[in-house]
Every structure is written in structure tokens, then in C-alpha cells.
Design a binder for this molecule. Structure first.
Ligand SMILES: *Cc1c(COP(=O)(O)O)cnc(C)c1O
Length: 225
């Protein structure tokens, strides 16, 4: 059996997306944690439209190496408040905002750079203890909290459901996305629903995701994490 190249794997993922999407546009975010800058650059040259990074240090290193040129960059991993200064106003989307203090810190930093930072609110839809994301009942407070914060704009929701039964959570996430979109919060536009990874992105799309984060299927297995 011959191994597929990175370009072929990316192509296969896109075909699966196209089949599941039935004409809707889906943003494919290549989750690049632990993968070297050269590999990321190669995926971008092959047309990957967005790269997702979990770690601020990796973002800084690969950014300095020019790996992202021509693509969007998203932060998809848990973001500590003391690292906000390295990313706010510098990336296209921070997908993993899960508290009001974090939202406010991002807004302050972006505003100081005269930028507006697009963010998603991460929801801990599986209510897993110790996992990042706000609980569904805390979502209202966060969405309402964006009003008056000049440095941020909430663009939608993100979730990492429990791996064993992720598919059971796509419907509930879609409902949150639609219901909160109808509520017309100030400074919130429910444009993106980010859910689905290598094992389940086609099902996530069928259940309403319009942004998927695919790592190992594009970049190959990771040695750690
Ligand atoms: C690693 C990661 C992904 C991609 O995971 P794969 O299973 O390799 O596709 C997606 N989202 C987040 C937040 C991740 O950390």
C-alpha cells in the first residue's frame, strides 16, 4: 500500500466535506498542533484556508517562520489570560473563549491595538468536569457580556464533545446555535458553528456545523497529545 501525500489527504478531506455539505460552504480548519512549520506551509500552499493552533508558543514560532501566509489562523486550544497579549489582534479567530474575564481581557488587548478580535464561545456541551468551555446555562451571560466591548465580536460557537459519543451532542449544539442566533444580542452574530474533528466531521456537518477542525486526517498522527 502506498502512503497518501499531505496534498492527497487534504483533498480527500475536502471531498468528504463537499459530500456532507450539500452546497453549503464549510470552513476547514487544519488543526496543526505539534506539526512543523514546513508541513503547515505545504498544506496552505495546497489550499488549506485556515490553520488552527492550540499552543501560543507554536503559533508564535510557526508565524515567525511564515507558515501561515495566505491562510487564516485560529486559536483552538484553551487560552490562558496571561497569553492573551500574544494572540489578540493577531489571529483571525479565537475559538476557545469560555469565560467573561477572558473575553474582557481579549477585548482590552485588541482595543489597545485598535483591532476587533473575532471570537467563538466554547461550550462544554458534554458537561465534562475539568474540561474547557462554558456550561450551556452560562452561555447567555457570556453573549450578553459582549455588548459594549469594542475590541471583540462574537461570531458563533465551538464545542469539543466527549469523544466516545460526540454525535449525540451535535444536535444540541446546533439548537444552541440557532436559538441564540435568534436572540439578537448586541455585538454577537451567530455565523459559525465549529464542531467535528477527524473522526466525526462529516456527521457534524450533516448536523449543522459550518466549520470543522481536522488534524490527524490531514497532517497524520501526532506523537503526543
Ligand atoms: C487536535 C484538535 C482537533 C483535531 O483533532 P483530530 O482528531 O486530530 O482531527 C480539533 N480541535 C481541537 C480543539 C483540537 O485540539
Amino acid at each position: 500500500m502506498t502512503e497518501m501525500t499531505l496534498e492527497q489527504r487534504l483533498d480527500a478531506v475536502r471531498q468528504t466535506i463537499a459530500q456532507a455539505a450539500e452546497g453549503r460552504h464549510i470552513t476547514l480548519v487544519g488543526a496543526a498542533k505539534t506539526k512543523p512549520a514546513e508541513m503547515v506551509a505545504r498544506a496552505v500552499r495546497a489550499g488549506l484556508e485556515a490553520v488552527g493552533e492550540n499552543y501560543v508558543q507554536e503559533f508564535r514560532d510557526k508565524s515567525a517562520a511564515g507558515a501561515y501566509e495566505g491562510a487564516q489562523v485560529h486559536i483552538i486550544g484553551h487560552l490562558q489570560q496571561n497569553k492573551v497579549k500574544y494572540v489578540a489582534g493577531k489571529v483571525d479567530l479565537i475559538q476557545s473563549v469560555d469565560s467573561l474575564p477572558l473575553l474582557e481581557a481579549i477585548a482590552r488587548r485588541a482595543a489597545s491595538l485598535e483591532a476587533v478580535q473575532d471570537v467563538l464561545i466554547e461550550v462544554n456541551i458534554g458537561r465534562e468536569p475539568g474540561k474547557s468551555g462554558c456550561l450551556p446555562e452560562a452561555l447567555d451571560e457570556l453573549l450578553a457580556g459582549a455588548a459594549g466591548l469594542d475590541g471583540v465580536r462574537i461570531r458563533g460557537l465551538m464545542a469539543i464533545p466527549p469523544a466516545e459519543c460526540s454525535r449525540a451532542y451535535f444536535g444540541p449544539m446546533y439548537n444552541l446555535f440557532v436559538d441564540n442566533g435568534r436572540k439578537k444580542y448586541d455585538n454577537v452574530s451567530m455565523d459559525f458553528l465549529s464542531m467535528g474533528m477527524s473522526d466525526d466531521f462529516a456527521d457534524a456537518i450533516r448536523q449543522g456545523a459550518n466549520m470543522v477542525r481536522v488534524g490527524s486526517l490531514i497532517f497524520g498522527p501526532r506523537n503526543y497529545i
